[in-house]
Design a protein around this ligand. Structure first.
Ligand SMILES: [Zn+2]
Length: 315
């Protein structure tokens, strides 16, 4: 037992010596503070020796810095707002779950919304070029499986500032059950978000069919069911002149023009588009996206409601 106790005592001594040596070596190897923090150290402020002038200087600097920060904050808020508008095509509350055709505007400004369905598609690219040359923005309603095939074209549409909406995954006309409607619309919406970062609350039913379960699903999700007021009827293969005539003869402020960029041959639409734009410009029309058009009408309706609540003048 005595031998065992002395053995344990010896081990303790070795351990203590070892630990002390280890700490000493660590101290030698490691500097008091890591060298990489040295250059970031700022001298401690010597506020005790600050005179009147220095105090004023410090105050001025503080004020200038605060002004700059305020400026940055305002700018950041503006950028955030622009970003939100660009990538979140939400709709004013009055249009959530509503069906829209033309958007009636009473203001002096004449505006029209060009919309293109069934893309993204290779024909989307020349349409984008025409829109770019004319510095105008349009609205595209996408088919999910087409976006899956042409994601880069989809990205280009959004990058160039156009609005996008949901036009289902498979472009079905027949009656669908709730499950199918969910997949058709939600899968398309998710892919639009995944590829472009856009969240859209705009839905256009394939073929404009409102009673096959798809529009009802979109309305229940508080999307706006965005129809149109002028149909260029491309499925009947009209000539470029006929397409131009259809659009120009039906022009009115708040008109929503239906054309197609996807799912077929659009050579006549491509030929007609520059003249449609030129003809509308000549008649004093400006081009807006569908979300912009909805926002314009919302503002007008809000203003009308406000003026209607004004107290009537006493006789
Ligand atoms: Zn379609």
């Amino acid at each position: 037992m005595a031998n065992l106790a002395s053995l344990v005592g010896q081990q303790k001594i070795f351990f203590i010596i070892g630990a002390a040596f280890g700490s000493f070596m660590l101290g030698v190897i490691m500097p008091a503070s890591p060298p990489y923090t040295e250059e970031f150290k700022l001298p401690a402020p010597q506020l005790t020796s600050v005179g009147k002038k220095e105090k004023q200087d410090l105050l001025n600097i503080k004020t200038a810095v605060n002004q700059r920060i305020e400026g940055f904050t305002t700018k950041a808020a503006q950028i955030q707002e622009q970003y939100k508008k660009r990538f979140n095509f939400s709709v004013p509350a009055r249009f959530q779950g509503a069906i829209t055709y033309e958007i009636k505007l009473s203001g002096k400004e004449k505006v029209v919304a060009l919309t293109f369905d069934d893309g993204p598609w290779p024909d989307t690219l020349p349409i984008l070029n025409i829109l770019k040359q004319n510095k105008i923005k349009a609205t595209f309603f996408w088919i999910g499986r087409h976006l899956q095939t042409y994601p880069e074209i989809g990205k280009k549409v959004v990058a160039e500032g156009h609005a996008v909406g949901n036009h289902t995954w498979n472009h079905q006309y027949h009656q669908v059950d709730h499950f199918t409607a969910t997949r058709e619309i939600e899968d398309t919406g998710s892919l639009i978000y995944k590829i472009t970062g856009v969240k859209t609350a705009m839905f256009r039913p394939p073929g404009g069919i409102l009673n096959n379960g798809l529009a009802a699903y979109a309305q229940a999700q508080k999307m706006v069911v965005a129809m149109w007021s002028t149909d260029t009827k491309e499925s009947y293969s009209p000539s470029p002149e006929e397409i131009i005539n259809t659009v120009l003869s039906n022009a009115q402020s708040g008109a929503v023009v239906l054309m197609h960029d996807g799912g077929g041959n659009h050579s006549n639409t491509l030929k007609a588009l520059p003249q449609i734009i030129a003809g509308l410009k000549k008649r004093g029309y400006k081009f807006v996206t569908l979300p912009e058009l909805l926002e314009m009408q919302d503002k007008e309706l809000v203003a009308q409601a406000k003026s209607a609540n004004l107290p009537t003048e006493k006789p």
